[in-house]
Design a protein around this ligand. Sequence first.
Ligand code: AMP
Length: 294
Amino acid sequence: MRIVHRAVELESTHRCVLVPTMGALHDGHAALVRQARAESERQAGKPGIVGAAVGKEGSRPPVVVTIFVNPTQFDQRADLDRYPRTLEADCKICERAGADVVFAPAVEEVYPPGNSLRVPRLPEVATEPGLEDAARPGHFAGVCQVVLRLFELTRPGAAIFGEKDWQQLQVVRAMVAQERLSIEIIPGPTVRESDGLAMSSRNRFLSPQERAAGLSLSRALREAHAIDRVADAEARLRAALDSAGVQVDYAVVREAESLRRVGTGHRGSYRAIVAGRVGTVRLLDNAPWPGRGG
Ligand code: AMP
């Protein structure tokens, strides 16, 4: 596995399978890298694709993990400053999970001074739902900017994004469609601790009591799963979070891709999505919601 810091050192990552991260990697990220490796091997087995994709890394598209704490997506300076940076350990995780290249650029490499980078027009799902877009103003502008820039630097054929950040996954999908990029966006399932807590780089900041309160997010989703009216499911989500002392940002059931409110008689797939603060730590989670809507 190669570790590179400069874009010029990337070489031959054209049509790679990309896993963008901010580092402080845990088993959830490792699962995405393993998924990327499996995708790379699957593509290698497909006649016609390999020819264009062979890089120096071998006879399959390389698996590239980017590790970059993107300052433009943080709405709180304190959150950016305390974001954990653990590059050495991250590289070991990437290597074990089957990455070929780790790209860990400095801020100036991603945002060269004096070079005004394009922020794409934000898709509706990044501005309308009133979820992360409302809780973290400017966040998705930063996400879209950095994702587009990382795509430009690494030129992937496919990129893996975790379902853990459900709205982000939909925003990236919508942006790729809007920009007509030929990059397949592949969702990666959420990896959880054995008690249900979704893994997150921020979990390390939870005290034991806060961690117990944080468990209410996955519990709320499990409880709401069994309730088949939207309003009742949302009430159950909120009650479960309130009773654990979570400061709720939102606790909703939405149309899974557009994140629009569920209309009466609407058919499709839905997602229950929750976010809130436990102490100073912000937690998110979501799950499929199979209720009938209305
Ligand atoms: P992050 O660096 O944590 O902001 O996220 C990098 C990628 O990992 C994003 O696509 C996240 O959605 C994904 N991710 C974060 N936590 C998990 C998890 N517990 N399971 C699966 N994917 C995750």
